[in-house]
Design a protein around this ligand. Structure first.
Ligand code: FAD
Length: 515
């Protein structure tokens, strides 16, 4: 492999190239032209442009290869199926999605629930190269009360992710699905919390093709054209260097050569996901009391239903599709979280049935609907990821130990979500299967809280309102771990919004220091 040039000194070093790391690069490229920015990503570059969503890779084999290459130090065999519907309705205790890899050890402690589904991605673009792109805004108690500009930040996040609420408006039966959902659920809801189309990070191209926003969209042309921005794949950041309460750079291992480099920086952003961000801080000796704590994921229940009494789709809607993954029939509907009904519901019209149907029973496209309900976790300080001082993971970083329990309140909210899912299924049509399936903890892939934001440094948070780590000037954390509230909605939009505020803070500091 080729030897590469690592910069000796930059203004901003970013660890991780998922949507949140990319948001920092984008905002800094927009607001601080001339600032030298380097992003280090442990995983490989999959395709061009960097960070592109794998579903936009049209060739099946190329796409499967990109998924495999995202699966960390021990990827699955090349012939493992990567069909994203596979296993959807499977009760397998450790569901693994293509492009992700499970935590190999430490995901459960004796007598605890653990996070059997805890997974990560390692590739340029992070999980954002594999995600579904649902971008709902948080509501009610999901919102971060101490951030007065949250809505403006969310709007900026929607711009960076290119969120579109109407990309699938013409999906067959989408309007009917929403009518049935609304009739069942809307009576008691505030206007902005009623059933609607899901805001999605997707683009409908001129030729009708749908493409997914990955980190490539977040980086945008302005980052790609920035001569002072560099992205270094297969580069593991092993330490954030801290001197006298200030971040001064990073130590990076070139995974192509094994060489170590020290890169000085005026600011360091760790956007390495909600498990590996606290890991890197811990490895760097940055260990505020809340680090790794308040870990939460969103207990997830799924069910499938076949729409009743919808007749047949218009013939133009049932054209055979040669790229079923890329041109889905999917409408995606959104049942927003409310404090009264503290779940987030996502209702997707599926391309295929997740459960076997009779061989001669070919459903009309759009008539098979998957329900996914997420609960907000009952936050506990004791739910946490700890790190081992002696054992290491596949990258040589401190091994993770997850401590995680569902409380009585969690069991009650899961039971309530299951009730609602069944009620909604009956309102839509004929359920496929006897009862919903509740996935094991971790399956949501929405891990939060481990580097949580707080209004003040009172020991229950890791960073302040601009994502700067308490007590370490110039060190910022990014990603779902920063979210302090118990959200049930998909977290990426919120995390990208928080990243915008952090990037603006760095831009302000760099500009002031120039003066
Ligand atoms: P990531 O995207 O995880 O990126 C972190 C990056 O940091 C990784 O590439 C990793 O390799 C790198 N890294 C880690 N440690 C180091 C290190 N020490 N040195 C260098 N690099 C490092 N979210 C939603 O909001 N809506 C959805 O609909 C949705 N659907 C999903 C569906 C699937 C199948 C999957 C897999 C995820 C889904 N998600 C969804 C979750 C979403 O992808 C994540 O919330 C999002 O990608 C988080 O962005 P991030 O930048 O914080 O972290």
């Amino acid at each position: 492999s080729m030897s590469r040039t690592f910069p000796d000194r930059v203004d901003v070093a970013i660890v991780g190239s998922g949507p949140c790391g990319a948001a920092y690069a984008r905002v800094l490229s927009e607001q601080c032209p001339g600032a030298r920015i380097a992003t280090f990503e442990v995983g490989p570059l999959l395709a061009d442009p960097p960070g592109v969503h794998v579903k936009n890779i049209v060739d099946d084999e190329e796409r499967a290869r990109a998924q495999r290459r995202s699966e960390g130090p021990q990827p699955l065999a090349d012939d493992t199926p990567t069909d994203t519907m596979e296993g959807y309705a499977d009760a397998a205790p450790r569901l693994v999605r293509p492009g992700t890899f499970l935590l190999p050890t430490g995901w459960q402690q004796p007598g605890e629930d653990g996070l059997p589904g805890a997974a990560m991605s390692a590739n340029v673009g992070g999980m954002g190269a594999h995600w579904t792109g649902a971008c709902p805004r948080p509501g009610d108690s999901e919102r971060i009360g101490f951030l007065p500009d949250l809505d403006e930040l969310l709007a900026e996040g929607e711009r960076l992710l290119a969120v579109d609420t109407h990309a699938f408006d013409d999906a067959p039966f989408a309007a009917e699905v929403r009518k049935r959902l609304g009739d069942a659920l809307d009576a008691t809801r505030a206007e902005d919390r009623r059933v609607g189309p899901m805001p999605l990070a997707v683009q409908r191209q001129a030729d009708g093709r749908v493409t997914w926003s990955g980190a490539d969209v977040v980086f945008g042309d302005v980052t790609r054209a920035n001569p002072d921005f560099s992205l270094v794949p297969e580069a593991l950041v092993t330490e954030v260097l801290v001197t006298e309460g200030r971040a001064t750079g990073v130590r990076v291992r070139d995974l192509q050569t094994g060489e170590e480099h020290v890169v000085s920086a005026r600011a360091v952003v760790v956007a390495a996901d909600a498990l590996r961000t606290p890991q890197l801080l811990w490895a760097s000796g940055v260990r505020p009391p809340a680090l790794g704590r308040y870990l939460n994921d969103q207990p997830q229940t799924v069910f499938a239903v076949r729409l009743r009494d919808v007749g047949h789709a218009r013939t133009e809607d049932v054209d055979p599709r040669d790229e079923p993954e890329i041109v889905p029939q999917s409408g995606v509907s959104w049942v927003p979280f409310t404090d009264a009904e503290p779940f987030h519901g996502q209702v997707m019209q599926l391309d295929a049935s997740p459960v076997p149907l009779a061989a001669d029973d070919v459903p009309t496209p759009g008539t098979i609907v998957g329900l996914g309900w997420f609960c907000a976790k009952d936050l506990q300080e004791s739910d946490r990821v700890d790190f081992d001082a002696t054992e290491v993971d596949g990258y040589g970083m401190p091994a993770m130990r997850v401590h995680y329990r569902l409380t009585e309140r969690d069991h009650a909210s899961i039971a309530a979500a299951r009730e609602t899912v069944q009620q909604v299924a009956r309102a839509l049509g004929d359920p496929l299967g006897d009862e919903p399936l509740t996935f094991p903890p971790g399956a949501s892939l929405h891990y939060q809280g481990t580097t949580r934001m707080g209004a003040t440094d009172d020991g229950t948070s890791v960073c302040g309102p601009t994502s700067q780590v308490w007590g370490v000037d110039g060190l910022y954390v990014a990603g779902n771990g920063v979210i302090p509230t118990a959200t049930a909605c998909n977290p990426t939009l919120t995390s990208v919004a928080l990243a915008v505020a952090g990037a603006r803070d760095i831009a302000r500091t760099l500009t002031e220091e120039e003066k």
